[in-house]
Design a protein around this ligand. Structure first.
Ligand SMILES: [Zn+2]
Length: 418
C-alpha cells in the first residue's frame, strides 16, 4: 500500500472515531485505533494544521497530567444536499457537524426533456452563492427511486418518470465537484448514522411515511442496498390482493393503503373529504400516484382528527394498524435494535399511534416486543439534510462506500489537489 493511502486511512479512521464518539485525548485515540502514540501525534498535528481538529478542554485525570482532548471542527467542511421530488427541489447547505446554514426551494418538473439541465442550473446557482465560504466538499442528491451506485448515480425512479437517468454523471461534469446520489430513504439512514441512532446502534431500521412508504435497512453499520440498489421498497410489501391499485402496477401494496394518496382515496370513499379536483383524477393511474393535492388533503384530515372528528381519527388509526402489521413483519425478518419513523406523515402520528402500537406488538415474535420504536421530528429540509449527509459521512467512512468520489471529498477536505 502506498504511503499516502495509508495516511489517508489513518486520517479517515481518526476523523471517523471523533465524528462518532466525540472528543478524545491522543492516548485514547491511539488505544481505540491500535496506533502508535507517535503516529497519532503526527496525524492529529497535520489535521489540526488543516483546521479539521481543534484542542478542547483538559480532561481531568487521576494522578498524572490532565489530557488535552481533540474534537472535530464543525466549520471545516460543508456540503450541499439536494432532495428531488415530483414537483420541486429542496437544496440545503450543511456544515460537517450537521448545522444547516441555508436552504432553498425551486420548482422542478422531472418529466421535462430538460430536467437534468434544470437540475444542474438550480444546483449551480446555489454553489455560486456558497462557494466563497469554507470548503464545499461536494453535493449529495436524494431521489425517490433506486440508484445503481452512490458514486455513479444512475437513477430509476418511476414516480419521477426517470429510467436510467445519468444524474450523477451529468452533475459531476457540469459542477466539477464530487457528487453522490442515493435513494432518499437510504440518505436519511446516512444522516442517522452520522448524527442520530447510528452513533449508538449498528443495526437499525429507518421507516418513512408520507407520499410514499419507504425503509432503509442498516446492518452492522452499513446501509443494505441490495443487488441493484433497490433494497428497502417497504411500500410495496403486499397487504391485501383485493386492495387498491398501487403506483407500481400491482394491487394491494402497503403504500396503496397508507401513502398520502391511499389515505385520501379511503377518506373520499367514506365521504370525509370533498370530491377530488377533476384534473387530479386519472383513471389509469393507481391510488398511490394520481392526486397531486394529496398532501394538502391529508393535512385537512389531520386538522379534522385534531378537532375531534371521530371518522378522521379512525382513518389514521386503521392506517396505523396496517403499517404496524407490516412493520412487525419487517422487524421479525431483520431483527434491528431500534426502529426510527420519519417523513411528512409523522405530523399526524398521534392519530396513527394507537392502532400502530397495538398491531406491531401483537405481531412481533416473543422476545422482540420491547423493541424501541421512535418517531422523530420532521421538517421540510429533512430529506435534503439526509442527502448532504451522504457527502459529510465520507470523511468518516473507513469502509469506502463512496468509492472514488469519497477520495475526492477527502482530498477537498484536507485542501490537497486531487
Ligand atoms: Zn406497489
Amino acid at each position: 500500500m502506498a504511503g499516502s493511502d495509508r495516511g489517508d486511512l489513518t486520517r479517515t479512521a481518526i476523523l471517523a472515531l471523533l465524528g462518532t464518539v466525540g472528543p478524545l485525548s491522543r492516548t485514547e485515540i491511539a488505544r481505540e485505533l491500535d496506533l502508535s502514540p507517535a503516529s497519532v501525534t503526527q496525524v492529529t498535528r497535520e489535521l489540526m494544521g488543516h483546521g479539521m481538529l481543534e484542542e478542547l478542554d483538559l480532561k481531568p485525570s487521576r494522578g498524572g497530567r490532565p489530557a488535552q482532548r481533540l474534537g472535530l471542527v464543525g466549520s471545516a467542511g460543508r456540503a450541499l444536499g439536494v432532495k428531488v421530488t415530483a414537483d420541486h427541489l429542496v437544496i440545503v447547505d450543511v456544515r460537517l457537524d450537521g448545522e444547516v446554514l441555508g436552504s432553498w426551494e425551486r420548482p422542478f418538473d422531472p418529466s421535462s426533456p430538460h430536467a437534468l439541465d434544470d437540475l444542474v442550473r438550480a444546483v449551480a446557482d446555489v454553489v455560486a452563492q456558497v462557494e466563497a465560504a469554507p470548503p464545499l466538499l461536494g453535493v449529495g442528491v436524494g431521489v425517490p427511486g433506486s440508484v445503481d451506485d452512490q458514486a455513479v448515480g444512475t437513477v430509476n425512479a418511476p414516480t419521477l418518470g426517470w429510467q436510467a437517468m445519468p444524474v450523477g454523471e451529468r452533475l459531476r461534469r457540469s459542477l466539477s465537484l464530487p457528487v453522490l446520489v442515493e435513494n432518499d430513504v437510504n440518505a436519511l439512514a446516512a444522516a442517522e448514522r452520522l448524527y442520530g441512532r447510528g452513533r449508538t446502534h449498528r443495526d437499525f431500521l429507518v421507516l418513512t411515511i408520507g407520499r410514499g412508504v419507504g425503509a432503509a435497512i442498516v446492518m452492522d453499520g452499513r446501509v443494505y442496498r441490495g443487488a441493484r440498489g433497490g433494497a428497502g421498497e417497504f411500500g410495496h410489501v403486499p397487504v391485501d390482493p383485493s386492495g387498491p391499485m398501487c403506483g407500481c402496477g400491482t394491487a394491494g401494496c402497503l403504500e396503496a393503503f397508507v401513502g398520502s394518496a391511499g389515505l385520501v382515496t379511503a377518506a373520499r370513499s367514506k365521504g370525509l373529504l370533498g370530491e377530488a379536483p377533476a384534473s387530479a383524477e386519472d383513471p389509469h393511474s393507481g391510488a398511490a400516484t394520481g392526486d397531486p393535492g394529496a398532501r394538502a388533503a391529508v393535512d385537512e384530515l389531520g386538522r379534522a382528527a385534531a378537532a375531534g372528528d371521530r371518522a378522521a381519527q379512525d382513518l389514521f388509526d386503521e392506517a396505523g394498524r396496517i403499517l404496524g402489521r407490516s412493520t412487525a413483519g419487517l422487524i421479525n425478518v431483520v431483527d434491528p435494535e431500534v426502529v426510527v419513523i420519519l417523513g411528512e406523515g409523522v405530523a399526524n402520528w398521534p392519530f396513527w399511534q394507537v392502532g400502530f402500537d397495538r398491531a406491531v406488538r401483537a405481531q412481533l415474535m416473543p422476545g422482540r416486543r420491547d423493541i424501541s420504536i421512535e418517531v422523530e421530528s420532521w421538517d421540510e429540509t429533512s430529506w435534503a439534510q439526509g442527502a448532504a449527509a451522504l457527502v459529510l459521512a465520507t470523511p468518516f467512512d473507513a469502509a469506502g462506500a463512496a468509492g472514488e468520489q469519497g477520495r475526492l471529498v477527502r482530498a477537498r477536505l484536507i485542501g490537497a489537489t486531487p
